[in-house]
Design a protein around this ligand. Structure first.
Ligand SMILES: Nc1nc2c(ncn2[C@@H]2O[C@H](COP(=O)(O)OP(=O)(O)OP(=O)(O)O)[C@@H](O)[C@H]2O)c(=O)[nH]1
Ligand SMILES: [Mg+2]
Length: 65
């Protein structure tokens, strides 16, 4: 079985730059049961190992325990 290649090529980065220029803001919904890998997907998409900052509908930062 073939492996999914997750390494971004120069062409991928070029495309991503174009999307970033066109859309200044966007929303991503990641939904799944506890421990499914939601945070891991978000970190991969954002190319980071940082923890996500979460804000409520009033714009106040939510502290995760
Ligand atoms: N085998 C495997 N493990 C994964 C994968 N993605 C994440 N994990 C592991 O699964 C565990 C949970 O990942 P998280 O990204 O924290 O999951 P989550 O959905 O954010 O968890 P909660 O926020 O607690 O609901 C971690 O130990 C990850 O390393 C994957 O694709 N394969
Ligand atoms: Mg999580």
């Amino acid at each position: 079985m073939s492996q999914l290649n997750t390494t971004a090529t120069d062409k991928d980065k070029e495309r991503a730059d174009k999307v970033r220029q066109k859309f200044r803001h966007f929303r991503i919904l990641i939904i799944g049961r506890a421990n499914a890998g939601k945070t891991s997907i978000l970190q991969k998409v954002c190319n980071t190992t940082e923890e996500a900052e979460i804000f409520n509908s009033e714009g106040e930062k939510v502290r995760m325990l």
